[in-house]
Write a protein that binds this ligand. Structure first.
Ligand SMILES: Nc1nc2c(ncn2[C@@H]2O[C@H](COP(=O)(O)OP(=O)(O)OP(=O)(O)O)[C@@H](O)[C@H]2O)c(=O)[nH]1
Ligand SMILES: [Mg+2]
Length: 434
């Protein structure tokens, strides 16, 4: 059995993590106390141990570590219906937040917490047979998820270098948050995400805000997280239920990451609805929505870039014949969005277990050069602040050297150029250019 440990860091990471566990407990038919429901005898259980540890008393416990520098969110999770399901050793809780300051999370406060976090992780590892990797949930705009998250990533890569590391990371939007230094925090994090992580599954509050205000009158984090958690449940379903494609973190990244640094994927979801739909969508409708820019959870228009590789996962009571037809048909109207120099770069899979809210649903994970649009926007905002060294003293007072910001900006610019390079590449290009 190859287990995965979920590390949720900071407020956003814990909120998203909480919704994720609610979703997958329901999908695995386990109640809030960790008991497998009696009517689940036909439910596939072969891979249940990937995300859940089974105890002698037949109770299932999430493989998770919950970390935050301030107690509010984790205390509310502990006090909720879900609170009892977690191992009591899996909480790492401080008393003051990192105050939206990456440097506090990474430099001044983080080091005193890192050993506690690694101890909690080691305890989770003791309960694994053969750990395949970690997935981190965090936001990039604050101080803990982004700063401490970055520190955690580099320590995990050092100590557990054989393991896979994925993150589910929420990019900031000024529509949703009014913290002015978010471009610093996100750019500083990005450098660590480039260097230490195998795959970053991006979510963008800008796109999520737009989706929520379209589908309902407001866009609370609860609603945004509902959509994010649906997407993560769909993305991870191939890791949790039987099937051939993407059956491990390594296989998922092998299909999606064609160049080591270009490992930032974006996802589209169908249906996107905050309530269960009245009508089940069929494969052609699901497929059409997955390629619609409105259904992307990252604010980048897929039509402006080219897809290096992609994976589509259909779920639930969809027709296998239609899935097969659809996968044979891909070379049709969307083919111009795919680079022609990677053959068969759209993989399709079917998971028969439906998602929590829908009888039929689908997710696509794209490694598309269009993601540079989000990075360009971040770079512009970062540049505005950094040109005048605005707010810099808050960071240098907390142990950050200005050079780190210079290097982080250079790293972001390099990433954008690399995406542009592969966007412009054609099958006929001289090999020496690569
Ligand atoms: N999608 C989503 N975004 C969130 C949520 N909570 C906060 N954010 C976003 O995350 C960023 C702020 O990060 P937080 O996660 O609150 O910060 P933190 O990691 O707890 O760090 P500090 O509080 O600064 O110590 C902003 O961009 C917010 O808009 C959430 O529940 N869902
Ligand atoms: Mg916080």
């Amino acid at each position: 059995m190859s287990e995965i440990i979920n590390l949720q860091v900071g407020r956003c990471g814990n909120n998203v993590g909480n919704s994720f566990w609610e979703n997958i407990l329901n999908e695995h038919q386990i109640d809030n106390c960790g008991t497998q429901l009696e009517n689940s005898s036909n439910h596939p259980k072969e891979r249940q141990n990937v995300f859940f540890q089974e105890h002698a008393n037949q109770k299932f416990m999430p493989r998770a570590v919950l970390i935050d520098f301030e107690p509010g969110i984790i205390d509310s999770i502990k006090g909720s219906l879900l609170g009892r399901i977690f191992d009591q050793n899996c909480f790492v809780i401080g008393q003051t937040s990192a105050g939206d300051n990456w440097a506090k999370g990474y430099h001044s406060e983080g080091p005193q917490w890192i050993e506690y976090a690694l101890d909690a992780i080691r305890k989770q590892i003791e309960a694994c047979d053969c750990l395949q990797g970690f997935q981190i949930m965090n936001s990039l705009g604050g101080g803990t998820g982004s700063g401490f998250g970055s520190l955690l990533m580099s320590r995990i890569r050092e100590e557990f270098s054989d393991c896979m590391l994925h993150t589910y990371s929420v990019f900031p939007s000024s529509q949703v948050s009014d913290v002015v230094v978010e471009p610093y925090n996100a750019t500083l994090s990005l450098r660590h995400l480039i260097e230490n992580v195998h795959q970053v599954l991006t979510f963008d509050n800008e796109a999520l805000y737009r989706i929520c205000t379209k589908t309902s009158s407001d866009s609370t984090y609860q609603k945004i997280n509902h959509i994010v958690a649906n997407a993560i449940a769909n993305i991870t379903c191939t890791l949790r239920f039987p099937g051939a494609l993407n059956s491990s973190m390594r296989k998922m990244s092998l299909n999606l990451v064609s160049f080591p640094r270009l490992h930032f994927t974006m996802s589209s979801l169908s249906p996107i609805s905050l309530r269960p739909t009245t009508r089940d969508l069929r494969v052609p409708e699901l497929y059409q929505q997955l390629f619609d820019a409105k259904n992307f959870l990252t604010d980048a228009d897929p039509r402006h870039g080219r897809v290096l590789s992609a994976v589509t996962i259909y779920r639930g009571k969809v027709s296998e014949k239609e899935v097969l037809e659809q996968s044979l048909n891909v070379g049709n109207k969307n083919s111009s969005y795919f680079v022609e120099w990677i053959p068969n770069n759209l993989k399709t899979s079917l998971c028969q277990v439906p998602s929590k809210d829908f009888n039929t649903s689908a997710v696509s994970i794209f490694n598309s050069t269009a993601i540079q649009e989000m990075f360009r926007r971040l770079g512009e905002k970062f540049g505005c602040l950094f040109k005048r060294r605005a707010f810099l003293h808050w960071y240098t007072e907390n142990g950050l050297d200005e050079q780190e910001l210079i290097e982080a900006e250079a790293s972001l610019k390099d990433l954008i150029s690399e995406y542009q390079f592969y966007q412009d590449a054609t099958a006929e290009d001289d090999e020496q250019n690569f």
